[in-house]
Every structure is written in C-alpha cells, then in structure tokens.
Design a protein around this ligand. Structure first.
Ligand code: PBG
Length: 327
C-alpha cells in the first residue's frame, strides 16, 4: 500500500504515545470538595455519593491529611449547619460551621489551600441561595449577606472565596467588602457560568440544601444557552473575578472550550456530584470499569481547556497522574 499518512505510526509504543500527548495534567490543579457538619466523632458516608463523607470538625484533620498525602493541594469546604433560618445567619456566624472548620483545618493541616464556597442554600430554611421576597430571591438584599459571609470566611482563614449563588453583582459586592477590610490579596473564583442542573441532585441530599419550593431557574443559567455563559464570565471578570468557573463539567465541555479560547483568566471546571454518582452507580452495577472512566472523563475536561478541576475523584486522579496512567 502506498500510504504517505500513517497516523498509527505515532501510536506504536506506550513511550511514543505519551510523548505526543496533547493534554497534560498535573495534580497541582486539582481541588477536592468536602462537607463539614456539627457534632463530634462523625464520619458518615453520603448515601447519594458513595465514598464521600460528612465530617465533624474534629474528624476533619485526618481526612485533610489524606488529601495532602494524595498530592491534592487544595480543598473546597461546604458547611452543613444544625440551625437554618430564613436569612441563613449561620453562614456568617463567627462560630458558624464553615468558620470553625476553616480555623481547625488551617491549624491542623496548614499545607493545604482552603477555598470557601460562598452561598446561602445550605443555611436557609427554604433552601434558596438568597434572601426571599415572597417567592422570589431578592438580588440586591442577598448581595449584602454574601459580602458578609465572604468576609467572615476570610477572617476564619479561607485562602480563596468561591461564590456559587449566581446573584447579579456579587463579585463586585464581595470584592469591595474584602478590599475595604484589607483582604486585597484574597482571590475570588467565581462560579460564573453555573447552570440550573439536575446534576446537583446528590449534593443537595448531602448538604440538605434542596429548595423547599420551586427551583433555582430564576438565578442559575438555562442549559440551552451558550453566549449567555460568556456574558456572565465577562461580567464577573469586570467585577473583579480572578478565576472563572464552568459548572457542571461533563455536559458543558463546549462551554469550557469556548471560555478557554477567549478568556484571559484561569478557567476552572466543577465535575459535580451527579457526575460522580453516575460513575459510581455504573461501576457498582458492573457496567463499566470505574478507574478507566475516571481517567477518561477527567482527561476530557482538561482537553476541553480547563486549567483547574474540582472533583470528588481528586485523590484518585492525583494517583493516576502519579502512576503515569494519565497526564
Ligand atoms: C451551592 C452549591 C451547589 C453546588 C456547589 N455549590 C448546589 C446548588 O447550586 O444547588 C453543587 C455541587 C455538586 O453538585 O457537586 N449553591
């Protein structure tokens, strides 16, 4: 056969295949999300997310040490309070659950980098991400609370703030509050393109944060939209976001790619609870090999252009990278 082009030539050996890989990964770009709750001696498995746990503050250091030992440099903390009310007051309380967790974590495992998710839905009795005016989440009233929450998280030791509420103007409100209080070096990673997604289902069970009525479609994005994601991202950058996030990841690889092509800021992607739960369930049923699926899905998100990956599989991915299986 007189073939000039033989693509298989570069696929002949493992060394060569690795040499010509187009996507390179590094565990330094992984962030591991974790759940903290009130109580003592608690490490309870989350039924909708097998292999993931809710920890009480005293149990957190052991778990954080495992994260650090796995080579994952950073965690994102979510608080599950005992007490919820209409305005989510535990979210900014000095002895709020996330504030206590941050102080403990910084002291016990200072080598990790701590990111606080800034939102209200885990703290409000109605489960919405802000302050209600009737059935509607009042945007501007919510901003004051978000700024207060972010400041209290930084005061408790958060290295970075990640607002996930999708109110308009929250980056500006938070940046202003942090700067006025002297925290000019604390970066903001904005959940800029966050879609109203059923993939958050397992998380809402984990955090008890499902809305008690209605849904989040009046603040999170409609998944039919692509240009709107860029608008949200540009707006958040203008307001002072340092890193922008696309969420979820797997059904939104096109959005990640588009952002990576045109945005001059680091891009993060959040592979959310439903993505994790789907893989777990399929693996448990024996339909697919879990490790292979973790490798393939994680690589696809980096290939789409993300710089940073938030994932419940962070420890496994770090190991696969270290073993040379991917990356
Ligand atoms: C809080 C928040 C949610 C997630 C991250 N921050 C839930 C939601 O918006 O309903 C979802 C994370 C996941 O599903 O893994 N607003």
């Amino acid at each position: 056969m007189d073939l000039i082009q033989r693509s298989r030539r570069l696929r002949t050996t493992p060394v060569l295949r690795k040499m010509v890989r187009e996507t390179r990964m590094d565990a330094s770009s992984l962030i591991y999300p974790m759940f903290v709750k009130e109580g003592k001696g608690i490490k309870e498995e989350i039924p909708t997310m097998p292999g993931q746990f809710r920890y009480s503050v005293d149990e957190l250091p052991k778990a954080l040490e495992e994260v650090a030992a796995a080579g994952v440099p950073s965690v994102m903390l979510f608080g599950i309070p005992d007490h919820k009310d209409a305005c989510g007051s535990n979210a900014w309380a000095e002895d709020g659950i996330v504030q206590k967790a941050l102080r403990k974590a910084k002291e016990a495992v200072p080598e990790l980098y701590y990111i606080a998710d800034t939102c209200m839905c885990e703290y409000t009795s109605h489960g919405h991400c802000g302050i209600l005016d009737g059935q509607y989440v009042d945007n501007d009233k919510t901003l004051e609370h978000l700024a207060k929450i972010a400041l209290s998280q930084v005061q408790a030791g958060a290295d970075m703030i990640a607002p996930s509420d999708m109110m308009d103007g929250r980056i500006k409100a938070i940046r202003t509050m942090l700067d006025q209080n002297g925290h000019v070096t604390v970066p903001i990673m904005s959940y800029a393109a966050k879609y109203a997604s059923a993939f958050y289902g397992p998380f809402r069970d984990a955090a008890g944060s499902a809305p008690s009525f209605g849904d989040r479609k009046s603040y999170q994005m409609d998944y039919h939209n692509r240009k709107e994601a860029l608008k949200e991202i540009h707006q958040d950058i203008e307001e002072g976001a340092d890193i922008i996030m696309v969420k979820p990841a797997l059904s939104y690889l096109d959005i990640i790619r588009e952002a990576a092509d045109v945005i001059d800021r680091p891009i993060a992607a959040y592979s959310v609870s439903g993505e994790y739960a789907m893989i777990k369930a399929a693996a448990k049923a024996g339909y697919m090999d879990e490790d292979s699926i973790i490798c393939e899905t994680a690589t696809s998100i980096y290939r789409a252009g993300t710089d940073i990956l938030l994932t419940y599989y962070a420890k496994e991915i770090a190991r696969f990278i270290q073993e040379g299986r991917i990356g």
